[in-house]
Design a protein around this ligand. Structure first.
Ligand SMILES: C[S@@+](CC[C@H](N)C(=O)[O-])C[C@H]1O[C@@H](n2cnc3c(N)ncnc32)[C@H](O)[C@@H]1O
Length: 213
């Protein structure tokens, strides 16, 4: 008999992130099966990539970090932007991020889902989103998330898994960058690089969002 695996609901995904937030160290936001040294080294490379993309945009007034998790990348963004708004849907992740960024005076945090970003009358210079949209499983919801990002920011640094040697679990969905570009209104790919992590390959994209609101 054929087995039908049901896609987790967005409530089940949110519950999974509450559970993962109770892990220790980088395993909260990275593969728990990978060695801690590799997680730390990949984090350093991710920060460098984000810095290089942000630097290429010139001076940045406002930045939005979407799905900031425990604040792994937040200080890197705060170094290059006048003001950072960091959002995540998981309260414990936000509490950890606040702790990690306690010394930074230019970062504020908000509990929000990427599908429902509230900004309509202001646009951030750049949004940064690392390994978040791959956890929005539903196709309508990911389209909604992309519309809401395009309305909220002029540029997007997007890093998401494209290929995984170790199969991803049921809380992740791999999509190529082209799929996101098609969902982001008015998007233009400015630069594309790759990020390898223990056999997994992510695209790292700098995207202009010239789009309609
Ligand atoms: C793999 S972690 C990455 C965290 C951070 N971007 C980083 O690179 O360290 C994914 C994060 O996205 C958050 N997240 C997942 N789905 C979300 C959604 N629909 N809206 C907002 N945050 C979400 C989770 O709570 C978690 O903190």
């Amino acid at each position: 008999m054929q087995q039908v695996t049901q896609k987790p609901t967005s409530g089940a995904v949110a519950e999974e992130w509450r559970r993962r937030a109770d892990r220790t160290g980088l395993a909260r936001v990275m593969r728990a099966s990978q060695p801690v040294e590799l997680a730390a080294e990949t984090t350093a490379r991710t920060r460098r990539l984000v810095t290089e993309f942000l630097r290429s945009l010139g001076p940045i007034g406002t930045a939005l970090e979407i799905g900031c998790g425990m604040g792994r990348i937040t200080p890197t963004i705060a170094e290059r932007a006048g003001a950072v708004t960091a959002v995540d849907m998981t309260p414990r992740m936000l509490a950890l991020a606040e702790e990690n960024c306690a010394r930074l005076s230019n970062v504020e945090f908000e509990q929000l889902r990427v599908q429902r970003l509230p900004w309509r009358d202001k646009r951030f210079d750049v949004a940064v989103c690392v390994w978040v949209l791959m956890h929005v499983l539903d196709e309508n919801e990911v389209a909604e998330a992309c519309r809401s990002i395009a309305a909220a920011a002029r540029h997007l640094v997007l890093i998401e898994y494209e290929e995984a040697d170790i199969p991803v679990g049921r809380f992740s969905r791999l999509r190529p960058v082209e799929e996101y570009l098609a969902l982001l209104p008015g998007s233009r790919l400015l630069e594309r690089r790759e990020l390898h992590y223990g056999g997994d390959r992510s695209f790292a994209a700098l995207i202009a969002l010239d789009g309609t609101r």
